[in-house]
Structures are given as C-alpha cells and as structure tokens.
Design a protein around this ligand. Sequence first.
Ligand SMILES: Cc1cc2nc3c(=O)[nH]c(=O)nc-3n(C[C@H](O)[C@H](O)[C@H](O)COP(=O)(O)OP(=O)(O)OC[C@H]3O[C@@H](n4cnc5c(N)ncnc54)[C@H](O)[C@@H]3O)c2cc1C
Length: 424
Amino acid sequence: MITEETDIAVVGAGGGGAVLALALAQKGIKTIVLEQASGPPQGLRGEILQPNGQQVLDRLGLLSKLPIDSTRTVHKFHFCRVGGERLCTVDYSDLPPPYNRAVVTLPNVAHHAILSAIEREPSVSLRYRSAFTGLLRENGRVVGLTAKQGEDHVTVKAKMVVGADGAFSKVREALQIPADLHLYPQGYLIALLDAVIPLEEAKYFVGKRTILGMFPAAGNKVYAFYMIKTGSYDSVKARGIAALQEAWIAIDPSSEPIFRTLTDWKQTAFMPTGRVRTPTWVADGAVLIGDAAHAMNPHASQGRMQAMVDAMTLVDLIPECLAANDYSAARLKRYEDSRRPHVTMLQKLADEQVLFWNTANPVIAFLRDRVFSTLDRNPRLRYRVLSTTAGLRKDPPFTMMDRLMAAGFLPDPSSRDLAPEGIQ
Ligand SMILES: Cc1cc2nc3c(=O)[nH]c(=O)nc-3n(C[C@H](O)[C@H](O)[C@H](O)COP(=O)(O)OP(=O)(O)OC[C@H]3O[C@@H](n4cnc5c(N)ncnc54)[C@H](O)[C@@H]3O)c2cc1C
C-alpha cells in the first residue's frame, strides 16, 4: 500500500475535474487527480463551447491557444420544423463581445488542451488508470481517499476531496449523499460527418418525437445529434446506415450529400442523458462538482459549462480554506450557495425543453412551434433565451407573462427591446 499526501485530491479528470486541476495548479496548490480511464478521452461527445465556457478557458489562458484548424466559430442557430421550414434564428452576434459566438471544436480538442496544460504543471499530478475506491475519515470528516492505481492500492491523505466523477459518482455514494438520478428515455446518437456541401450555420430540427441537430465544425466536418430511444443504438445499427440516412434525409432533404458521408458506425457514438439532484454538494472535507452534483439534460447545452464554472467558483474559495485550515461543510457551502440557483434554473429549463421539444403530442408540438415563431419576431424574448443558453443569464428566461406572450396569447409591448435588463 502506497501512502501519499496532498492538499486537494480530485476524482475524475472530465469536464469539471480537469478545469479544477488546472486552475489549482495555476495557484500553485498541490493536487492529485485520479482518473480511471487509461488516457485522455478519444470518443465523440458534445463539443459546443458556450460563451460562459469560453470565458473559463480564457481565464485559464487557453482560449486563444486552441488550435485554429480544430475550432470553428458559429453565430447563427436556425430552429426548423422537420422537413426544413425555418421557425426561428438565434444569433450569438447579439451578445456582448468578445464571447458573442459559439465555438464548436473537433472531438476533445478543448479537453486535450486542458489535460496537456495540467501535465506541464509541477504542483499537479494527474494519474490515469486510477480508480477511486473509498474515503478516509477521521472524527467524522473526510481526510483523504483510497484508490486502485493500476495494480497498486494507494492511500491519498488530502485536506479536501473533490468528487468530479460524473453522474454515477462513487464519491457521492461514499459520502452517503442521496441522489435522485433520473435517466431520460431518450439519448443522442452523435455522428461526425463531412461537409461535402457548405454548412455555415447550425440547424436544429424539431418534429414529432424527432430532434436532429447539425453543427458545423472545423476541418469541413459536421456534428449530427440525433435523438433516439435509450437502449436502441444497437437496433438502429442493425437496421443499417442506409435506413438512418433515409430518416435524416426526411428531416432535412437539403443535407442529403452530408448524410451520405456516414459510411461507418465508427463515425458515431451514443450518449445517454440523465439528471442528478442532490440535497447537498458538500460535506466536511469533501465537495461534489459537475454532473456528480447536478447532471442535466443536454437541451440546456450547459452541462459541461456548468461543471467548468463550478470548478472556477470552488478554486476561488480554496485558498481561503487553506489559509484558515478550514474545510468544513459550513465553509464549503459558500460554493454551493453561489452555484445552486443557476444550476437549478438550468435543470428546470432543460426539463421543460424535454417536455416541449421531445414531444409526440400534436397540441404540445403546436405550442412549441408557436413559441419558436414568436421568438423569431420578438428580439426581447429571443435574447432572453440566447443569453440563458450562452450561460450568461442566471434568472429563468421567462416570467409567467413572458410565457403567455411567447405562446402568442398576449401581445408584448417591449418586444423590440433587445436586452433591456442587461446580462447578469
Ligand atoms: C448528448 C450529450 C450532449 C452534450 N452536449 C453538451 C454541450 O454541448 N455543452 C455542454 O456544456 N455539455 C454538454 N453535455 C454534458 C456534458 O457532457 C457533461 O455535463 C460534462 O461532461 C460533465 O462534466 P463532469 O466533469 O462533471 O463529468 P464527466 O465529464 O463525466 O467526467 C467524469 C470523469 O470521472 C471519471 N471517473 C468516474 N468514476 C471514477 C472513479 N471511480 N475513479 C476515477 N475516475 C472516475 C470518468 O472516467 C470521467 O473522466 C452533453 C451531454 C450529452 C449526454
């Protein structure tokens, strides 16, 4: 058994844990990061950096260093009916500069940049093939953890343990923090296709229990996000590539040449979707960040961004904890208090979007399309939605009155105002 000591032990080097490790390193705080995977991730996943995520990368000094040939700026997102009719266009140029755009990267580009930066930092040790196995406690408080590192059993004594180990968090389980883990019946088949015809702007199609998103990426690539039933990836594959292409062509006939570039299932992956709610994110000597604390439906387009913001919020508190030698739940609660309202709002919003966007009910679909059409005509409400998706607005985008206006039941006297209340 190997025993080591550090200030902070982070479990998981995913979207939140990696950002936390780098931010701690930049403050010179001694950190050990344990990641169960054998190396940096290689697979497909959501790669849209919203403005708040760009802000975090900028603060870490990485945004301008992302390889230009692997990143693509996107300004406009067109929401369309299945078949092609445009309902609404959201334009990131309406946001205040410099983060008035979405950035779409090739797979794992931002994550790999963060991991490489960590490897260059002497105060952080990032270990792959290292799986968390349990917590060390003294007098009721967490004082470290145990892990299996390859074939070795390791004990890490730490002033604070951070569970950044995703929706199925083992750290959360060991802390005995109860979690309401909801798995949505639908997940996403992601595909990386070739833009054999130009795709300059993003398109997002909604229909009867149908969602297909198409996002232009660097290197003349296109990400397709196609909603399928959880557990149906194998049967989709069994029906064959041609059947999937036909389904996509029926949704967006104009992109047929792009869909035809799917030639191998290796271009695809399935991502399940889940939501986590927990009564607390902190304990004496331990804290949860990201999906471990609050996974949300990807409709919010904010899960990873929120994990990154958690990390930056926590890193602002840690120097105080170290100075006061106080890692109590009471002190760590300040992190939770500052983050929970925003995250809860996004979780609720994403669930409303699940209800309206994923629907097979014609009445709900009618209302959904009417809201999109109102948003297209109404800059004030559209801006609210945009700034929320961008991660820049912490309050819910709509009041009850706004909802009635959006659904077309009330006129909106301030509909021409773009951002009357500014961004929070
Ligand atoms: C289809 C889909 C699309 C998405 N699109 C977007 C998007 O566009 N924008 C966005 O912001 N978010 C998006 N998300 C959400 C985003 O992927 C997650 O919210 C984000 O990855 C959460 O980061 P995390 O660090 O909390 O967890 P993860 O990224 O899941 O990282 C957890 C890490 O912990 C490791 N780990 C787990 N258990 C252990 C253990 N016992 N020991 C050691 N290591 C362990 C894992 O290997 C992993 O590396 C999307 C999600 C889905 C499903």
